[in-house]
Design a protein around this ligand. Structure first.
Ligand SMILES: C[S@@+](CC[C@H](N)C(=O)[O-])C[C@H]1O[C@@H](n2cnc3c(N)ncnc32)[C@H](O)[C@@H]1O
Length: 198
């Protein structure tokens, strides 16, 4: 069975154009089979990009689980002075993100495998529509790993559907020492704001 988080999706490529329309920008992006949200911009992703605060103008920003890059390219466009790290395990997704950034004229996105982010990079902000389908233990370990790389004053914004465990995830994050609040709740999606661990 094929998953959107396979390293090399086995399904035959069949690229498709999708349009991301936000109040401040419009992006035409290419997605593909074997990648999350092949049929159009995920409503949770769009909500995240509409509701989370604007990214800092500078510093290192992280799109955790970038897929074809709607979050990373938006961050890069909104903060041209920042460096946007777009990480994913899916190589087809990384190729799409790099191509989408280039096509949009956004030159500050680095689409790389997670292990290619240098260890000394500290993030001013983290955005993610996280891969809930990898399972609870893997998701928790993934979030802990990257949230621990937030700068002391940094924040993360996560979008998770309530039917996929948003509320229990928020409680778990709090129990691990990451102050977490529900910033918005709409269409069943929660936007969680997570602060760096004290
Ligand atoms: C729900 S999708 C979101 C994709 C994209 N950000 C969007 O909003 O359309 C989650 C992404 O996380 C990626 N992912 C899964 N495991 C990962 C890991 N260990 N490290 C980084 N990314 C991972 C998946 O391949 C997938 O592209």
């Amino acid at each position: 069975m094929s998953h959107y988080f396979d390293v090399d999706p086995s399904v035959v490529s069949d690229p498709r154009r999708v349009r991301l329309v936000l109040p401040d920008l419009v992006l035409d992006l290419t997605t593909d089979r074997g990648v999350f949200a092949r049929d159009g911009v995920d409503p949770g992703t769009k909500l995240l990009l509409m509701e989370a605060p604007l990214p800092p103008a500078q510093g290192h920003l992280l799109d955790l689980g970038c897929g074809y890059g709607p979050v990373a390219v938006t961050l890069g466009r909104r903060s041209p002075g920042a460096t946007v790290w777009a990480v994913d395990v899916n190589r087809r997704a990384l190729t799409l993100t790099a191509a989408n950034a280039e096509a949009a004229g956004v030159g500050n996105v680095r689409a790389v495998a997670p292990e290619a982010v240098p260890d000394d990079v500290v993030f001013a902000g983290l955005w993610s529509n996280p891969p809930v389908r990898v399972g609870k233990v893997a998701l928790q370990s993934l979030l802990q790993r990257w949230l621990d790389r937030l700068a002391p004053e940094g924040h993360a914004w996560l979008v998770v559907h309530k039917h996929l465990g948003a509320d229990s995830l928020a409680r778990w994050l709090g129990s691990q020492g990451f102050p977490t609040e529900r910033l918005r709740s709409r269409m069943g999606y929660r936007i969680l704001q997570v602060d760096a661990r004290a």
